[in-house]
Design a binder for this molecule. Structure first.
Ligand code: HEM
Length: 225
C-alpha cells in the first residue's frame, strides 16, 4: 500500500500540481513570478554559487532526460565501456560542481544578512530539497555503480508506465532505499515547482535575446552645488 502511494499516487499528484498550479500562475498570476531579487544586495557570492549550480545541474538533468526519451540510443552510447566510464565520471564531476554551487548559495543566504532578509521560508525549503536531491544523486552514482545503465531497466520503464497510465512499480520497489529516495525526490522537486522560485523555469529567459537590456538608474536627485 505504501509503495502504491509513494510510486503511483505521489508522482501523479506532483505532476498534476505542477501543471495546474503552474498554468494558473502563468496565465493569471504572472507578476508574482519575480521573487525578491537579492542581486543588488550581494552579487559576488551569488555569481560563484549560481553559475556552477546551474551548469552542473542542467547538464546532469539533460542526461537524465535524454536517457529517458531515447533509451535505445542511450543503450548504444554506453554499450562501449570507455564511453560508459567517461559518462559516469563526467556525472560525478558535474554533481560535485552542482553541490559546491548550491552550498555556496546556501552559505550566502545564511551569512549575507541583506540576502537573508529577502529569503522566504519556501526559498529555504527549496534550497534544502535541491541540495538533498543532488547529494542523493551523487551518492547513488558513487555507491550503486553504473546507474547510466540500470536506470534504463528500472526508472525508465517505471516512468514510462506512469506516462502511459499503466503504472508498474515492481521496477523500483526492489531498489535500495537511497535510490528510491532520489526517485521520490525528483517528484518532490516537480511538486514544489509552482510554489517556489523554480517557476522561473517557465519564463526561460529566451526573450533576453531580443529585448533591450535593463538599465538601472538611481532615482536620486543630484545634490545642489
Ligand atoms: C524522478 C526523477 C529522477 C530520476 C528517476 C533520477 C535517477 C537518477 C539515477 C538513476 C542516477 C544515477 C546515475 C549514475 O549512476 O550515473 C542519478 C544521478 C543523479 N541525479 Fe537524478 N534522478 C531524478 C531526478 C533528479 C533531479 C530533479 C535532480 C536535481 C535537482 C537530480 C540530480 C542528480 C545528480 C546530481 C546525480 C549524480 C550525477 C550523475 O552521476 O548523473 N536527479 N539520478
Amino acid at each position: 500500500m505504501l509503495n502504491i502511494v509513494l510510486f503511483i499516487v505521489f508522482p501523479y499528484v506532483s505532476v498534476i500540481l505542477a501543471v495546474v498550479v503552474g498554468s494558473y500562475r502563468y496565465f493569471f498570476d504572472r507578476f508574482t513570478y519575480s521573487s525578491q531579487s537579492s542581486q543588488f544586495l550581494e552579487n559576488r557570492k551569488l555569481f560563484y554559487g549560481s553559475v556552477p549550480w546551474h551548469y552542473g545541474v542542467i547538464l546532469v538533468l539533460t542526461a537524465h532526460v535524454l536517457a529517458l526519451l531515447f533509451p535505445a540510443e542511450w543503450g548504444i552510447l554506453i554499450g562501449v565501456p570507455i564511453r560508459l566510464y567517461i559518462l559516469e565520471v563526467t556525472g560525478y564531476i558535474l554533481a560535485a560542481i552542482a553541490i559546491l554551487g548550491m552550498t555556496m548559495l546556501i552559505v550566502r543566504r545564511l551569512t549575507a544578512i541583506r540576502a537573508r532578509v529577502v529569503t522566504s521560508r519556501m526559498d529555504w525549503v527549496l534550497l534544502a530539497v535541491l541540495l538533498a536531491q543532488v547529494v542523493l544523486g551523487l551518492w547513488v552514482a558513487l555507491f550503486y555503480r553504473w546507474g547510466a545503465d540500470w536506470y534504463l531497466h528500472t526508472a525508465v520503464p517505471w516512468i514510462l508506465s506512469l506516462v502511459t497510465l499503466n503504472p508498474q512499480i515492481q521496477y523500483v520497489t526492489v531498489l535500495p532505499v537511497v535510490v528510491q529516495l532520489h526517485l521520490l525526490g525528483g517528484f518532490l522537486v516537480i511538486a514544489l515547482f509552482p510554489f517556489t522560485r523554480l517557476v522561473h523555469l517557465m519564463t526561460f529567459p529566451i526573450t533576453y535575446l531580443w529585448r533591450p537590456y535593463q538599465v538601472v538608474v538611481w532615482n536620486r536627485r543630484a545634490r545642489k552645488p
